[in-house]
Design a binder for this molecule. Structure first.
Ligand SMILES: OC[C@@H]1[C@@H](O)[C@H](O)[C@@H](O)c2nc(CNc3ccccc3)cn21
Length: 602
């Protein structure tokens, strides 16, 4: 009998039905299992029909590996999957949240908060397409992006992964999905997964739902709200994702009114799959099932029972996958989980794999390798940096703007912890889960950019912490002070103080007391700026986490381009007033949502 599922011209739903009918329970459960590269073996991938692999947070996929080494390794595991009894290919997943950010040499775009400041849906789509190419070049098919969280409190350690506190800005920026996966044809059914081809990736809208609305911004915390508020503030962007054919959704670690999302049958199944009609697959977050019990990871069989019956289709286990497979098989054999639930999950997983063309093109396309960090992508990233900058102050006296700067100034001081630190510019999720400091990849720092732009005649002096001698005697035309946050990710970024780290305020004050100063703030969120400090500063630019292309900053501060960025987050005065969002009764911020000065008189 011909295998319908192997026929690329057969209707997808026929291929799914045919293949599911041939699968054993073991193979079905294997498809629902995502395992970390560091524990994977070729034999297990083949013999257990493992559905997916991940190089997740905290794990260096391959020490100092080039993309070609990666493609080599992934193709080896893919071969094992293709050699399995039914030959179902793997979907290999990674967090390429602002470029193929785990790789040395990849283009690093501004993090989502900076893209939110651009408000430019077309730019987001072009970035998505560029990221897709650099991801596929490394042999990876599945990107755990975009995060469509609506961050309501900047104390949240993942604020920078959100486009905005404003649901409508987040909705607009879901256009990045159309870049990542490709543009669905007119009339594409809402909720049905779409991936255009080999130069696109399987995208993942995350984290469903309310991850950005937790109390005090506590990561993995509790979002307290009515259903209407949850729906209008946090769920609305998922409708846009479904209309754009997003292929997967990741459940949130957080809870809604004390009930964990990974255990939430009403939200995961009745709402997302039922009411909203999502036909792709729902993936758990990393070890999220372990978090359903106390102590974490105890009574794992019960956790598997709860999450799969709530509607989770694929589990990012990612280590103890044999335990997961054993428990899930036992739960089905005992009738605690119905085979119909398993078949629903497997059908969804296969639907995404068929739609993504993985059965036809399971292996990497090495011809894409030269897209990684290519000039075209870096120019795109530079455009994104330009459009993301928000001008918060320009001059101490009305009518006497401080910017644009003069390219042929005689002597300039470049100072601060963030003036010459590529790792700081990129922030978390870059090369390493928590990010890092220094020349972690190829790119342009603020200092590099100023040196490239300033004429030969200009004396550019760089001191991270300028000495009193430097400050007193050299008659600088102006100073550029780069300060801000050190990289962080997830709970490591939860912060209730939000002062400029590394004595940034003091550094600014010492310099601005003596030299006309532009402050460039590198941060994943608004930070405390005391009135006395703001007064001393001549100009202030919020640059967010711009990534590798700091020439985008000099493009604007020297006046070659206009400031276009508008605040995607309300800029609070003090943390005591948090959370503070546009529309709140007592909303009296330092700078309101959508604030942003420009050169032209408005
Ligand atoms: O990297 C995979 C996922 C990522 O896609 C999710 O957005 C994110 O929530 C996520 N977190 C982890 C790891 N989380 C973790 C938390 C505490 C200790 C160690 C790891 C992995 N992942």
């Amino acid at each position: 009998m011909s295998c319908v599922y192997k026929n690329p011209n057969a209707p997808t739903e026929d291929r799914i039905k045919d293949l599911v009918s041939r699968m054993t329970l073991q193979e079905k459960v294997g498809q629902m299992t995502q395992i970390e590269l560091c524990v994977a073996t070729l034999d297990d991938v083949r013999n257990l029909s493992i559905g997916s692999m991940v190089s997740g947070a905290g794990k260096e996929p391959l020490e100092k590996a080039m993309a070609s080494d990666w493609a080599e390794t992934i193709d080896r595991f893919q071969q094992a999957a293709v050699d399995s009894r039914l030959g179902i290919p793997l979907a290999y997943g990674i967090d390429a949240v602002h470029g193929n950010n785990r790789f040395y040499g990849a283009t690093i775009f501004p993090h989502n908060i900076g893209l939110g400041a651009t408000g430019d849906a077309d730019l987001a789509q072009r970035i998505g397409a560029a990221v897709a190419l650099e991801v596929r070049a490394s042999g990876i098919h599945f990107n755990f992006a975009p995060c469509v969280a609506v961050c309501r409190d900047p104390r949240w350690g993942r604020c920078y992964e959100s486009f905005s506190e404003d649901t409508n800005i987040v909705r607009k920026m879901t256009s990045i999905i159309t870049g990542l996966q490709g543009q669905p044809p007119v009339g594409h059914p809402k909720g049905y997964p779409f991936v255009a081809g080999r130069y696109n990736v399987i995208a993942c809208a995350k984290h469903f739902v309310g991850d950005g609305g937790t109390e005090k911004g506590i990561n993995e915390g509790n979002t307290i709200s009515s259903y209407d508020e949850l729906e209008s503030i946090h769920m609305a962007p998922y409708l846009d994702c479904l209309y754009k054919g997003v292929s997967t959704v990741m459940a949130s670690y957080s809870s809604w009114n004390e009930c964990k999302l990974h255990a939430h049958h009403f939200l995961l199944t009745e709402i997302l799959k039922g009411k909203l009609g999502f036909k792709g697959f729902l993936i758990s977050d990393w070890k999220a099932l372990d978090r359903l019990s106390e102590p974490r990871g105890s009574n794992y069989r019960r956790c598997v029972y709860t999450a799969i019956n709530a509607g989770i289709d694929m589990v990012m286990v990612p280590y103890r996958y044999k335990q997961f497979i054993e428990d899930l098989i036992s739960l089905v054999e005992s009738g605690e989980i119905q085979m119909t639930r398993i078949d629903d999950a497997v059908e969804r997983i296969l639907r995404v794999k068929f739609v993504a063309g993985l059965f036809e093109y399971p292996f990497s396309d090495r011809s894409l390798l030269d897209t990684i960090g290519c000039k075209l992508h870096r120019e795109l990233a530079r455009e994104a940096v330009r459009k993301s900058l928000v001008l918060l102050k320009n001059g101490k006296n009305p009518g006497k703007p401080f910017l644009p700067l003069e390219k042929n100034a005689e002597r300039v001081l470049i100072a601060g912890t963030h003036a010459n630190n590529l790792g700081y510019q990129c922030g978390g999720w870059t090369r390493y889960w928590q990010g890092s400091s220094g020349r972690i990849t190829t790119g342009t720092t603020i200092l590099d950019a100023f040196r490239e732009v300033m004429g030969e005649k200009t004396d550019v002096i760089y001191e991270k912490y300028p000495s009193p001698n430097t400050l007193s005697g050299q008659n600088f035309s102006f100073a550029i002070v780069g300060v801000g946050e050190e990289p962080y990710a997830e709970s490591a970024g939860d912060n209730s103080e939000l002062v400029i780290p590394l004595n940034g305020s003091e550094l600014i004050s010492t310099i601005a007391d003596r030299i006309p100063t532009l402050v460039i703030l590198i941060s994943g969120r608004p930070l405390v700026i005391e009135p006395w400090l703001l007064e001393k500063i001549d100009a202030l630019v919020a640059a967010w986490l711009p990534g590798t292309e700091a020439r985008g900053i000099t493009d604007v501060v020297f006046g070659d381009y206009e400031f276009e960025g508008r605040l995607p987050m309300t800029w609070f005065r003090t943390t005591e007033e948090l959370p503070i969002n546009k529309g709140d009764n007592s909303c009296d911020p330092l700078f309101p949502l959508a604030f942003g000065l420009t050169y032209k008189k408005e």
